[in-house]
Design a protein around this ligand. Structure first.
Ligand code: FAD
Length: 686
């Protein structure tokens, strides 16, 4: 199969991808690198520099045009877009994460001068916005800006020659896909062909820490989609732009003209950068006579719909979840699914302009994201909506089995049908056990939109005679509640964009003093901490790109509260590793663990790693599988070999001693959270 670099736009020149650039370090302060980002030609600024630029551009633009942000295209808005033109000029040249990523070096990061001494903060440098920028984004979230912008749509747009649906990496399905259906309706109304566009962007994947496993999963799903669309005579056009900031311009000014399209439909993604991309796309569309429709689809209830009685956004899960369930009860239309898109007329396959798109192939890999384990991963994460539906069926209608570790297919034969004793029926207890096959394993599919949350809830409803149960009393209710966490964290991200800007939700914890022990960070990543449950989870993560929820919490808590390492290092590593990497859920999970998020639970409730281990892996099967050094141990020793075995026997295992002591590290965490900005007496300065 061809490599990605062979792909080009119809009627436009081929756009080769550049490989990952060599990595450098820099000790520039955020403000100096920010200035550099304005002036440096040839480098793409890193994530937060971009936010600064975009926000500063917006501020400049606001000053110039204090009103009429959204009105009909005018000279004013044209000049706003002129700024975009200038910005793109700045972005020419290969991408460079030089200040953002150096796995070996001693790059520095910091919100304030003294933090520049941190050693391992190199990994997240450039990803932490200033408190001021985060506050500014929270004041008028990009989600609200986009909604204001698209309120009235674009009038008097030419019909064009085709209608385009821009598929994103979060909506990889044909069924129940709002933007796809609306695009199909428009195509039918106008008697035009529908084209599906997918834009690959390695530059975007690098900046957003996408894992090679996730990109591989996306490509595998695109292959299935290509075949499905072909059956509907709908061509799937894949194109690739390394420079993510140029994507709106390329789509509006190059791809759409090459397809003769004046109407573009897309589902909204709620991350800050993606919302800003869509804002730019809508604005450019208006400048260029293109009607861009951005549609809520990803969640069951779109962000912002659920408010407190005082009309304020809610940040605590339990009351929010009750309101979510009530809303669905009262307004079940939120659960309605979009109809299947209509097929194009067969004549498209002989149309000069569009027929060749059918011949395009999906690339094997994206450069820089090669995935040597692809074949094995295919076993555990089979691609396509049909497979996701089978997984869902298994979860809802078959009994739990012994854990399906590593590369065993979750769909292999042998699952016994039973509604009464199904995995979902036993989910209340099962969800916390990692030594069995208990949860749905649907997260990669939900994260990439291979199946929609509405589709899974529709099946859950069938189990309860059409009623959506949601609450802690039954397995199904509990599971529906878990699915609602997905909505919740997206709602949090869209309402308080600070969380996707590297800032804590609770700003008061911004200055908690972190350790900078690089060996500890590496030991955690490698699964060599001497805490078997953490090591098992981290090794599973490396192999499968996935962990059960309980061990995500345990290993995350260990990094933050036991090793006292910055939660953002863990957040980044999980994103780089997971096949289901999802900013909202991942950030939500990390901030929950770090006590910096929306959770009202106080910081002093700290997981005891060993107790957690005994509870979530009572048989020890999980640890014995993933930590083969311990495969012959029984009883408590498998959870805590160092303390439960004679020292001489322990030494023979070839397994590391615990790298921290629980009691001491707990005290350290309590001190640092209680006294933000300070370190306990005798602690080393960073
Ligand atoms: C530190 C940390 C990081 C996480 N990172 C991610 C991530 O990158 N991507 C991701 O999809 N989930 C993430 N989660 C949430 C959760 O762990 C996974 O969704 C779940 O383990 C996936 O397994 P499953 O599909 O079998 O889930 P099930 O238990 O079967 O739940 C069904 C679905 O509900 C959703 N869901 C369940 N729990 C949560 C939750 N706490 N937050 C948001 N959605 C939830 C998921 O879409 C999941 O597939 C993270 C949790 C923590 C604590």
């Amino acid at each position: 199969m061809p490599q990605l670099t062979l792909f080009s736009d119809i009627n436009s020149k081929s756009l080769a991808l550049s490989p990952k650039k060599p990595i450098h370090t820099s000790s520039a302060s955020p403000s100096s690198s920010r200035k550099a980002a304005y002036t440096k030609k040839g480098d793409e600024p890193n994530l937060w520099e971009l936010h600064h630029i975009q926000e500063d551009m917006a501020a400049i633009s606001k000053k110039r045009h204090s009103k009429d942000e959204v009105g009909t295209p005018s000279k004013k808005r044209r000049s706003e877009n002129d700024l975009d033109e200038g910005k793109d000029e700045e972005m020419k040249g290969p991408p460079d994460r030089s200040e953002g990523h150096d796995p070996q070096g001693g790059g520095v990061a910091g919100e304030k001068g003294r933090k520049e001494k941190r050693k391992n903060a190199y990994e997240i440098k450039g990803k932490i916005a200033t408190a001021e920028d985060a506050a500014r984004a929270d004041e008028d979230p990009p989600m609200n800006q986009l909604e204001r912008l698209i309120e009235n749509g674009q009038k008097d747009v030419e019909k064009g020659e085709s209608i385009v649906y821009w598929m994103r990496m979060e909506d990889l399905r044909v069924e129940d896909n709002s933007a796809l259906f609306k695009a199909s309706e428009k195509a039918h109304e106008f008697g035009l062909p529908l084209i599906v566009l997918f834009v690959l962007s390695p530059g975007d994947y690098r900046i957003h820490d996408r894992s090679n496993k996730k990109i591989d999963f996306i490509l595998r799903n695109l292959r299935v989609l290509k075949a499905k669309f072909n059956e509907l005579n709908i061509p799937l056009h894949i194109t690739s732009y390394d420079k993510r900031l140029q994507i709106p311009r390329r789509v509006i000014k190059e791809v759409l003209p090459s397809l003769g399209a004046k109407h573009l439909f897309a589902n909204i993604e709620y991350e800050v950068d993606e919302l800003r991309r869509d804002i730019a796309t809508v604005k450019l569309g208006r400048e260029n006579g293109v009607d861009v429709r951005c549609i809520h689809d990803r969640l069951v209830v779109p962000p912002g719909k659920i408010k407190s009685q005082q009309g304020k956004p809610m940040s605590v899960f339990s009351p929010w979840q009750r309101a979510w369930a009530k809303l669905l009860d009262q307004q079940p239309h939120y659960l309605d699914m979009s109809p299947f898109p209509k097929a194009n007329d067969e004549s498209i396959k002989s149309n000069d302009k569009f027929s060749k798109i059918f011949e395009e192939e999906i690339p094997d890999h994206v450069e820089g994201f090669e995935c040597p384990e692809s074949e094995k991963l295919k076993e555990i994460w089979p691609e396509g909506t049909d497979k996701a539906k089978e997984l869902l069926h298994r979860f809802l209608h078959t009994k739990p089995r012994q854990a399906q570790f590593q590369f065993t297919s979750p769909l292999n034969p042998g699952a016994e049908e039973s509604d009464k004793e199904s995995r979902v029926a036993q989910y209340q207890t099962g969800r916390n056990l990692v030594d069995g096959d208990n949860s749905s394993r649907l997260s990669p599919y939900l994260a990439a939109g291979v199946i929609s949350a509405r589709m899974v809830l529709a099946e859950a409803k069938k189990l309860k005679k059409g009623k959506l149960e949601s609450g802690r009393d039954t397995g199904v209710g509990m599971w529906v509640q878990e699915v609602s966490w997905r909505d919740f964290y997206n709602h949090v991200m869209a309402t308080w964009p600070r969380v996707s800007m590297g800032r804590p939700f609770l700003e008061k914890f911004a200055d908690v003093q972190w350790e900078t022990n690089e060996e500890h960070l590496q030991a955690w990543k490698d699964g060599k901490t001497g805490y078997p449950i953490v090591d098992a989870a981290m090794r599973a993560c490396k192999a499968r790109g996935w962990m059960e929820n309980r061990v995500r919490m345990v290993s995350a808590s260990f990094l933050v509260k036991s090793l006292m390492l910055d939660w953002r290092l863990g957040e980044k590593y999980f994103m780089e590793s997971f096949v289901d990497g999802d900013l909202a859920a991942n950030n939500g999970g990390w901030q929950w663990t770090a006590s910096t998020g929306t959770d009202p639970q106080p910081f002093f409730r700290i997981f005891n790693t060993l107790t957690q281990s005994e509870k979530c892996d009572p048989t020890g099967a999980y640890i014995r599988y993933w930590v083969p050094e311990l495969k012959n141990l029984k009883g408590k020793a498998v959870h805590d070999p160092f303390h439960q075995m004679p020292k001489s026997d322990f030494k023979k295992l070839g397994y590391p001693e615990p790298i921290v002591e629980h009691k001491k590290s707990r005290e350290r965490a309590l001190f640092r959270y209680k006294n933000v900005g300070e370190k306990e007496e005798g602690a080393e300065e960073n």
